[in-house]
Design a protein around this ligand. Structure first.
Ligand code: ADP
Length: 576
């Protein structure tokens, strides 16, 4: 399984800037408000220092009261401005996250089916749930906090330098251990968190496949194997989490114990300088108070750095989805006609060996072709190539002289529809479920499509087309779901359709009735049916027999019976 790509750091950085650039004015307003709030906050320690110096100089209570009142005023101003700054910050965050989500949905929907199949749905599921949520938290909470805290720190240290450069140098001298451990942490963290993300995705994948295949697991007594598989994945998540935990358990204690160092340095140097008359007592007090204030933003930055790392890793995974080359767009090609031609087609999955070994086949417009053969012969694979989901390794599948993989995907699906045994009933009303195929269909058209595929059960639904289907509502049986899929097909009204065991969930009588009804509705359309029941083949214009990735017999039912080959043997054993 090849996972979806992960964006590199450069791409993540560009996307981050892009997010900010799109909302430039809001970001500017947020920054200005926060700087203003911080400046108002800087006044209090300063004024406190002034009070100390004034008292030392012998000032009376009047001066102290006035200065104290000024401190109160500054605190009120800071509070009010902070409130608006945070409000603006959250609004920006929400807008940015909404845009990210929309973009993610757009990118996901543009992914070629074959890429999603190769990557596994677990990877995509983790990216669209865990990763998008992590990025959301990061953008909404972490980025504003980190930006604001950085601005506060710069101002706080700046103001200490303004008080006296010696105090500033002393304050910085207390920082090396914090800087060193932070660099140590950052160098290791991003790979460790990426590995953690990848391990989580694998675990999700393992659990969802086990849950989806629960029946098979039970029937084949594979539970031991699946449990071992799950355990191995859990083990990997555990190892990767332990690695990040180890990083945190070195980082945080070192940092926390380093906080008092700058204050101690300032008090020590300040004390010495005080004796020489280089600084005043008020200046040393103010500097110590500023450093005390700096612990808040410093702590916030370091606290959130882990989340920021996670956010960065998740953002890289979210952006990676957009790096999958899109489905090959139609090179403006438009088919001239409806004839389907398969010429010298060879195909194999991923790096595997060929499973189709040179297929040649012409299907005339309006022809009904049945494909029969033993399991594993390559029938479904041929169906995927005919529908343009996969591209042949050699040779070509064309519609009206134009390679099907060169058609614009939307146009291709309108011309050739593939219906397999996998039917999805979406949570929503019966009408919603049908409207996917034809958004403009009227109620009457929907009803007649349901009737055409023999879905009589729809008449008994409590709310007609508005009946809610899916989990927790009316659950459809596999047979009903299959008929729903066929009704969608009738509404979509493609030129050609490929039915890959599309009636396998129906009982033989219903299946035959449904196929006949379908044939009447779809008269004039090209129908290629992969048949597991030979009466489908009997009703078709021609039958192709596939064995080992090759077409070994081709002709009408009667011709093949006369030829007395594999098909004739199959028919005889089936019939009697
Ligand atoms: P049929 O529909 O006739 O039963 P398939 O087209 O499903 O046959 O399979 C043809 C061959 O391709 C088989 O050997 C099968 O194991 C292989 N195959 C089918 N699907 C895949 C896949 N997704 N990845 C790898 N091999 C596959």
């Amino acid at each position: 399984m090849t996972g979806l790509p992960v964006a590199d750091l450069g791409t993540v950085r560009r996307a981050g800037w892009d997010l900010i650039a799109r909302d430039r004015r809001a970001v500017a307003v947020i920054l200005v408000l926060h700087v203003a709030a911080t400046l108002a906050g800087l006044a209090a320690p300063w004024l406190l220092g002034v009070i100390v110096d004034e008292v030392v100089a012998g000032a009376g209570t009047g001066t102290v009261d006035r200065l104290a009142l000024a401190i109160v005023g500054c605190v009120v101003v800071q509070t009010v401005i902070s409130r608006y700054a945070q409000y603006a910050g959250h609004r920006f965050g929400e807008r940015a996250v909404a845009q990210l989500r929309e973009e993610f949905v757009r990118r996901t929907l543009a992914l070629p089916v074959s890429v999603v199949e190769r990557a596994g749905t677990g990877d995509l599921a983790t990216r669209s749930s865990v990763d998008v949520a992590t990025v959301g938290v990061t953008v909404r909470q972490v980025v504003p906090v980190v930006v604001i805290a950085s601005a506060q720190l710069t101002l706080l240290f700046g103001v200490i330098f303004v008080l006296h450069p010696v105090l500033g140098v002393a304050a910085l001298a207390g920082l090396p251990s914090i800087v060193a451990v932070t660099r140590w942490y950052l160098r290791r963290a991003s790979t460790a968190y990426l590995a953690e993300g990848a391990a989580s995705a694998e675990l999700t994948e393992a659990l969802t496949t086990t849950a989806e295949g629960a029946r098979t697991v039970e029937a084949l007594r594979l539970s031991g194997e699946r449990v071992a598989h799950g355990r191995a994945r859990i083990g990997r998540v555990w190892t990767s989490r332990r690695r990040t935990l180890r990083l945190r358990s070195v980082f945080y204690p070192v940092v926390e114990s380093s906080y008092p160092l700058p204050i101690a340095a300032v008090l020590l140097v300040g004390g010495l300088c005080l004796d020489n008359g280089l600084v005043t007592l008020g200046e040393v007090v103010a500097a110590a108070l500023y450093l005390q204030q700096a612990i808040g933003p410093l702590d916030q930055i370091l606290q959130w750095m882990e989340q920021a790392q996670r956010g960065l890793a998740s953002f890289a995974r979210v952006l990676g989805v957009g790096q999958v080359p899109p489905e090959p767009r139609g090179r403006g090609a438009s088919p001239a006609g409806k004839q389907i031609e398969v010429r010298g087609v060879r195909f194999g999955y991923a790096d595997g060996p060929d499973v189709l070994h040179g297929i040649d086949l012409t299907v005339r417009p309006g022809e009904r072709l049945a494909i029969v053969g033993p399991s594993g012969a390559g029938k479904s694979t041929l169906a995927r190539l005919l529908a343009g989901i996969d591209r042949p390794r050699h040779g070509e599948v064309s519609l009206g002289g134009c390679p099907v993989t060169d058609l614009d995907p939307a146009q291709r699906r309108r011309r050739i529809a593939l219906v397999t045994q996998e039917h999805h009933v979406f949570i929503g009303s019966l009408r919603d479920n049908l409207a996917f195929a034809a958004p403009d269909a009227t109620d009457a058209q929907m009803r007649s499509a349901l009737v055409a595929v023999g879905a009589d059960w729809y008449a008994d639904l409590p709310d007609d087309l508005d009946t809610e289907l899916g989990d927790g509502a009316r659950e459809l049986s596999p047979a009903e779901a299959q008929q729903l899929a066929l009704a969608r097909l009738v509404l979509a009204d493609p030129h050609a359709l490929i039915l890959d065991e599309a009636t396998a969930a129906l009982d033989p009588t219903t299946a035959r009735r449904t196929e006949r009804a379908l044939a009447a509705v779809l008269a004039g359309r090209t129908v290629i049916a992969i048949a597991h029941r030979l009466n489908t083949a009997h009703d078709a214009d021609r039958v192709a027999v596939m064995e080992d990735g090759r077409i070994t017999e081709l002709g009408s039912h009667d011709e093949l019976l006369r030829a007395d080959g594999a098909y004739a043997a199959l028919w005889r054993s089936w019939h009697g």
